[in-house]
Design a protein around this ligand. Sequence first.
Ligand code: HEC
Length: 498
Amino acid sequence: MKPAARWWIVVAVCGISFAVVFTGRIPFTGRIPFTGRIAVFSNAPVPPTLSVSHVTPQSRQLSAEPRDPASPLAPLSQPTFTRDVAPIIFRKCSVCHRPGEAAPFSLLTYEDACRHAAQIDVMVRRRLMPPWKAAGDFGLYSNDRRLRDDEIEILRQWIAADLARGRDEDLPPAPEFTQGWQLGEPDLELTLNEPFDVPADGPDIYQHFVIPTGLTENRLVSAFEFRPGAPEVVHHSILYFDTSGRGRELDSQDPRPGYSRLGSPGFEVGGSLGGWSPGGSPRRLPSGLGRPLEKSSDLVVQIHYHPSGRPVSDQSRIGLYFAPPESTHLVTEIMVANVELSIPAGANRHRHHAELQLPVDTILFDATPHMHQLGREIRAVAILPDGTERSLIHIPDWDFYWQDSYCFAEPVELPRGTRIELDCWFDNSDSNLLNPNSPPRTVTWGDFSNDEMGICYFQATTREWNDYVTLHTAAKQYFAELWEKYQQRVGTRQLTPE
Ligand code: HEC
């Protein structure tokens, strides 16, 4: 990637993270609007089994195989594409390596695989493909994309020998990918009101589009799917909801479709549904659970466009999937972070610590770590009241360009009083090729391209309604305190540098 292009991406992602942090990832400020559901919820029996069977994996295609790391590899005389290689590629690569998806070429046929064999060999043996950054055994996360050792060995042998094609009858059926919506027809489909023109070049654009949901009743959202209209220019998107009407006001002041803003939507949003980036697959919350979406709210979609060299027009679509009516449990989001960050110029392994204590028994579904380009390593650990340690996420080799949510295969239940400890390590030396400052300078918390962050988000719920209210309130309070501290630190610095 050309340095200039990288730089823009750096700017862009930082802007997004800013928005994520300081405009309210925690849904529903103030009252809990689901009065109808509170009664149901408070009387609801404890969900009998929040077990792996309830967790819909991030991608059906990727999960359709047993997670047995030890499946012994019978020595292969001579691996062939049709018998040995195709099953691996279809299952682990084609989901992104096919037309219209994130990867730069398709891996769907023998010819595709041969054409890229040398690259595949390198990427797979170095474990750079499929992209996956979290450490830990297979089975920990339901969306684990990694190849097992024996699968890598098959690919290696096949490439080292002579790329044998094999017998046609051995070829498994081509993988079937749902065209369009991956989770099926959404319950509510929303489209940008008008197409947005992205010029051939120029700086990256952050545009916010306000789309009325038209919902006449409160709903619980089980999943969302973002489908870029022009995938070549859509770099990221984040979905917020707005019940204040501020989004509409800002939109009406900007003559173009939507309104432009760097970093955040420009007002305190009602919550976020999360973000999308290329390669991201939609996933449902476990059954019985949902993120609250208030009636008549607007969806505010932040899209980061990265001009591609030719003018295009984008009209992205969003599908919302509602939790079934019998769902009774709400999901909120907690974050662990510490804005009192100062990374000395030249420090090549600066450690930064943050923590949060859970006020109630809590169930976590996933972990989404986030740092910028000085980030080298990030780790979140739960310290239970009895002293037991439980690893939640560990990314030993942080890659700014591959950020992801890691879904626990088995929801993680943590007792009240558990401390979630987050440690981040940063490299602010000259030898970090991604260091945006040359020479390095002291770097602090913030949303700009040469600031840093170290955060982990978790989607969370509780078994009891009262506990949910406590957790949700505590999460909001935690966020408010961080915001306050951040404001004090930056003084008069503007949030939207326009
Ligand atoms: C989650 C999506 C995803 C999956 C799954 C995936 N890839 Fe990729 N792959 C990409 C993207 C995106 C790129 C473009 C380079 C980048 O952004 O890092 C890429 C690039 C590559 C490249 C070119 C790297 C280079 O720069 O030379 C190879 C080779 C490759 N992938 C092989 C594979 C193989 C083999 C598998 C399966 C075992 C696989 N990929 C699975 C998304 C994916």
